[in-house]
Ligand binder design. Sequence first.
Ligand SMILES: Cc1cc2nc3c(=O)[nH]c(=O)nc-3n(C[C@H](O)[C@H](O)[C@H](O)COP(=O)(O)OP(=O)(O)OC[C@H]3O[C@@H](n4cnc5c(N)ncnc54)[C@H](O)[C@@H]3O)c2cc1C
Length: 490
Amino acid sequence: MASSQYDCIIIGSGIGGLCTGAVLARRGKKICVLEKQHQAGGYAAHFKRKNFEFEVSLQQIGGINKTFLKYILMDSGISAKVKFKKHAYLYEAISEHDELNVPNGNIKLLKKILYGKFPREKFGIRLWFFLIWKIGRESFWWDRAVRSKFLLPLLYFIAPILFPFITFSHKISLQKVLDLCTKSTPLKAILMQLLKYYGNSLDIACLLPLIATYGYYYDGGYYPEGGSKAISEAFVKTIREGGGDVFTSNEVVQIITEDNRAVGVRTNKGETFFSQVIICNISPFKVYDSLLSGWKGSHKQLAINRKMLIGPTMSNLHLGLDIPIAELNQRFAKSYIVILNSGTSSPNTLACYSNMDSGICPKDKSILSVTYMDNYDTWAQLSTEEYRKTKKKEYGRVLAILEQHLPGISSHVEVAELATPMTMERYTGNPKGAIYGFAQSIGQAGLDRFKNKGPLKNLYFASAWTFPGGGFEGAMRAGHKVAREIFSSL
Ligand SMILES: Cc1cc2nc3c(=O)[nH]c(=O)nc-3n(C[C@H](O)[C@H](O)[C@H](O)COP(=O)(O)OP(=O)(O)OC[C@H]3O[C@@H](n4cnc5c(N)ncnc54)[C@H](O)[C@@H]3O)c2cc1C
């Protein structure tokens, strides 16, 4: 059995863990990333079926130029390695009697369009976007300010004066603020159209995660050339350039402790790795239930976690078509993100990937994916046979919706893969197939969010589960924050 020594070990190679690794590798730390899957990236990955290359998760990242993400991409050494594209529309929303094409990163034009649609709601529209702007800007300056280790204690003291919106917005419900801005149900539906990108249902979501929409509205939604795997690969390259290692097909089964300190890990292959700090990019449930099950404090931590709400999950139907999308309906010839609103049920979001990235399938074919919020428990209770049958039924249901917009699509499906919340759970190990970790609800967001520093000495957490939150931006911000903390403590 081999044994190796590193400065930092990262368990899991999701986007948050890889970001921590890349930032630290560029600062001279010897990094070891251990990933249980055969490829790095977690949700930030691709998979192949025949000659189609499917995106596992990413549709868009909000804000690359005007948010703090710009500095994270530079600090982690990947800004020169990954090119981002911006579609003309942030999204196109299609309802039964209406269409709304939202200009990408052009807030002035979007407001003008909304004033035209809702002339009596100008005040509410202005207030809503003012709040997003204010929270987004405060968060940007907060992230910049906390880079100084010496200013930090002072900052926490004066935060309510300098950063009033982010200080209090994790205590206010999103629903209340939406009601304050407008009574119009159709306008509310439009203002909430991006909810899927950052949060939970309106009953529990707090206002703070609106930070995520600042990037989308005021800067734009971006997609990396080569897809999300281009980001993962760029991080892996940076870690290796710094002398670090990324080992795939290596599941960590134990965190080794000594006198209440995390000192190393053991893998399923029986190998041990030792380091000064251990960073968990995996769910805290897995950490306390299994990896640290031998540590005396793990039961208490697990009990705390079990009381917390888990955030949303989705299903994703990936389709490889034997013709270009335009041949089914010219209207979709140049579309990328299309939200199909259908009355009472939650919207389906169509991502026409081959319109955005022509290299992912042959020119005479196309790829599109349909994502929608789903419920883990309805899938988890099924037997293997029922699960298989329900998947088939679900495929038919979604295809019937698509037929209304892309007539004839059913006879052009060459490859179809439905990823349910169970698939997400199996692939990443995230309980209930959560995509943004814990819910962004009051009591679980902002300063109340799951902490990056663990209860054991030298143990850290950097993922969608932790502060500040999920999604590509949230996980990278978590990763960057942890890297800074570790660097200043080592
Ligand atoms: C369908 C879908 C669409 C999405 N769309 C968007 C979008 O458009 N924009 C956006 O910003 N976000 C989107 N997201 C969310 C985003 O993908 C996630 O929030 C983010 O990628 C989570 O990153 P993470 O760092 O938490 O790690 P994860 O991606 O959760 O990765 C964790 C890694 O840890 C590994 N692991 C687990 N246990 C072990 C172990 N014991 N040993 C070793 N390795 C282990 C797993 O295999 C995995 O690779 C989407 C997600 C999904 C599923």
